[in-house]
Design a protein around this ligand. Structure first.
Ligand code: ADP
Ligand code: MG
Length: 252
């Protein structure tokens, strides 16, 4: 299978500390690749580099064969890479629909500006965005909450709202940083089902998550980080049986 994302010898230093150390991995088209490891292993730092939030100290990231080093962060969504964050990034005094439409603007901002003089097509585009946002909110089970203020939603629903926001831009690669953190068992199962549906529709997922039930159920492959370095890579079964992974992470 073709690699959609290629990460080679990726490193990142903060001051004198090496947070990510010469990490290699690929995300293939249409797969869920899980990135796991103990707290402080460097998982979020990897996602921050892959999503253009921070530059690597060394190494290379290619998306669809294209080197990403010179691509500015605001162009990532348009190229097909979107993400959610470990901590919620929501606008409490905006509606759920408006929160999700923020994700569309990152993709269509230039076309919105371009047709700013033409009210008709601008309205049509606005309408299309609204419909796409509605469709994704229905997908994630928030049809009833579309007009509610985000600040009035419980935590689990805000997590779902953020996934809808990342999906409206129509990404080819979705990056998720601990999407199930703080969710109960039912919510986590529902979220797993949704990720499988997203994969089935052709979007690849790079998933950072501590919930091992979720990882072992939905991941096609797993990469394990420890202290910034990759210590293992394989299928869920291989990773579960790997002595080095058990010692570093799965043991307790
Ligand atoms: P994980 O997501 O696996 O828990 P992180 O990528 O958040 O790990 O962090 C990896 C290491 O890098 C940790 O030691 C963390 O303290 C450090 N780190 C992360 N971000 C920064 C930053 N902005 N400045 C300084 N150190 C950081
Ligand atoms: Mg993290």
């Amino acid at each position: 299978m073709t690699a959609l994302l290629e990460v080679q010898q990726l490193s990142r230093d903060f001051g004198g500390v090496r947070a990510v150390n010469q990490v290699d991995f690929d995300v293939r088209q249409g797969e869920i690749l899980a990135l796991i490891g103990p707290n402080g292993a460097g998982k979020s730092t990897v996602l921050n580099m892959v999503s253009g939030v921070i530059p690597p100290s060394a190494g290379e990231i290619r998306f669809d064969g294209k080197p990403m080093a010179k691509v500015p962060g605001h162009e990532y969504a348009g190229l097909g890479i979107t993400r959610t964050f470990q901590n919620l990034q929501t606008f409490d005094d905006m509606t759920v629909l408006e929160n999700v439409m923020v994700g569309m603007h990152t993709r269509t901002r230039s076309s919105l500006l371009a047709c700013g003089m033409n009210l008709g097509s601008s309205r049509r585009e606005e309408q299309e965005m609204r419909e796409r946002a509605q469709i994704w909110l229905e997908h994630v089970g928030l049809a009833e909450e579309i007009s509610s203020l985000a600040g009035s939603l419980p935590y689990g629903k805000l997590r779902l709202m953020e996934i809808a926001r990342a999906m409206v831009a129509g990404p080819r690669l979705l990056l998720l940083d601990e999407p199930a953190a703080g969710l109960n068992h039912t919510e986590t199962a529902e979220m797993s089902r949704m990720f499988q549906e997203i994969r089935a529709n052709g979007t690849a997922i790079l998933l950072v998550e501590h919930d091992m039930d979720m990882i072992m159920t939905i991941a096609d492959r797993i990469v394990v980080l420890d202290q910034g370095a990759k210590i293992a890579e394989g299928t869920p079964r291989e990773i579960q049986e790997n002595p080095r992974v058990i010692a570093a992470y799965l043991g307790d």
